[in-house]
Design a protein around this ligand. Structure first.
Ligand SMILES: *Cc1c(COP(=O)(O)O)cnc(C)c1O
Length: 379
């Protein structure tokens, strides 16, 4: 069995990336400065439609700077979706702030408005109003944009939208990455597009973009010498990586269409299988890039077949799949922090599986995946 490995999600180049990298070499802007950066940012701004974009060396750096721009300081409390990748929450700790984790609701798997409001009221009653709400567009599906915004406005708490997985997703025709007071993208190797590693922070004003850029480039004051009155960071993207980003923007929409085809493929594969549900958006207001297709397997309805059984069988055929993100409130590193909600995130984690979803998977790859699934469930 020397069949190639099928991965969850791998980089998929469009073709022009190396040309833009060559431009950087030709002009000798092998630096965190240069025209690829300007053009990549412009391309992203055009794509998103609103907001000012600053590209950085990771999505995690973007979340860190976003929290700083929203005024988070040591000892502050930050509300954060529990069902997410740890990078949504780690920057809270970088700042010495305190994460308060919130359960998901079952329709989008993102922030539960009821648990969120309960948490806000309780934290205020305990004497501290939370500083920021971190809302995630998990697996490309927008969170309940309007419900969460109403709460944010009611209690005057800004939203940091973590759209790391949701470039190209929309709610009512508007792009994810534009709903937060500050929003964040990631271009890591596994995401919808990649710069090998990178991220972006999206701000509503040019003044905030300038502030993000200032902090991302060591907080150097304007002076002929090196003058600093604030702590800075080395978070700017390199002009080489931005060249990859330029090339990737040319194929973004066609690659999203291919990921959505993978999602349709799974809807078809699982259509007659009792107890397995492919995760889909709640209604037509939501448009997902379906970064990863995920399924829930309810072992009470599958005569005992669990997500772990499917995962191990796929692995045997050299096909990668993975449990959903393990909620942050169940992670040893965050065990001391408060959690508001029920067991929605926990159940998703127990029963959920992410399936190979890359835009570069072939018909042969799909055939191998389908064979494993049908073989398991037809028994
Ligand atoms: C990938 C990811 C990040 C972090 O982005 P990096 O570019 O890898 O630092 C943050 N949040 C979520 C939800 C992610 O999936």
């Amino acid at each position: 069995m020397a069949e190639n490995k099928i991965w969850l999600s791998t980089p998929h180049m469009g073709g022009n990336e190396q040309k833009y990298i060559q431009e950087a070499f030709d002009s000798n802007w092998i630096a965190p400065m240069g025209s690829n950066l300007t053009i990549f940012e412009q391309d992203l701004e055009n794509y998103l439609g609103v907001g000012h974009v600053t590209v950085l060396n990771s999505g995690t750096a973007a979340i860190h700077l976003g929290l700083i721009l929203l005024g988070v300081k040591s000892g502050d409390e930050v509300l954060c979706q529990s069902m997410t990748f740890s990078a949504s929450a780690n920057p809270i700790l970088y700042l010495g702030a305190i994460p308060i984790f919130i359960d998901s609701e079952p329709e989008t798997w993102n922030l539960c408005p009821v648990a969120l409001e309960t948490a806000i009221i309780d934290r205020i009653a305990k004497g501290k109003k939370p500083k920021v709400i971190i809302a995630v567009d998990l697996y490309g599906v927008p969170y309940k944009i309007e419900e969460i915004r109403i709460l944010a406005d009611r209690y005057s708490i800004p939203i940091l939208e973590d759209s790391a997985e949701a470039l190209g997703s929309c709610y009512k025709g508007h792009k994810c990455g534009t709903f937060g007071d500050i929003s964040v993208l990631s271009f890591n190797g596994s995401k919808v597009i990649t710069t090998s590693g990178g991220g972006a922070i999206i701000t509503s004003s040019l003044a905030l973009k300038k502030r993000a850029l200032f902090l991302a480039t060591q907080a150097r004051e304007e002076a002929p010498h090196y003058q600093h009155v604030e702590i800075g960071y080395n978070y700017r993207m390199s002009n080489i990586c931005a060249g990859i980003g330029r090339g990737q923007m040319e194929v973004l929409d066609s690659h999203i269409a291919l990921r959505r085809k993978m999602h349709e493929f799974y809807l078809d594969v699982f259509k007659d299988i009792e107890g397995v549900t492919v995760f889909i958006v709640p209604d037509d207001n939501f448009f997902s890039n379906y970064w990863l297709t995920t399924v829930l397997i309810d072992p009470t309805k599958t005569v005992g077949i669990t997500r772990e059984k499917l995962r191990l069988l796929l692995a045997k055929s050299n096909i990668e799949s993975r449990p959903l993100w393990k909620p942050m409130h169940l992670q040893p590193v965050f065990s001391e922090y408060s959690y508001y909600g029920n067991t929605v995130a926990e159940i998703l984690f127990s029963n959920g599986l992410c399936l190979p979803s890359g835009s570069n998977l072939t018909a042969a790859d799909r055939g191998r995946i389908k064979a494993v699934v049908l073989n398991l469930f037809s028994k």
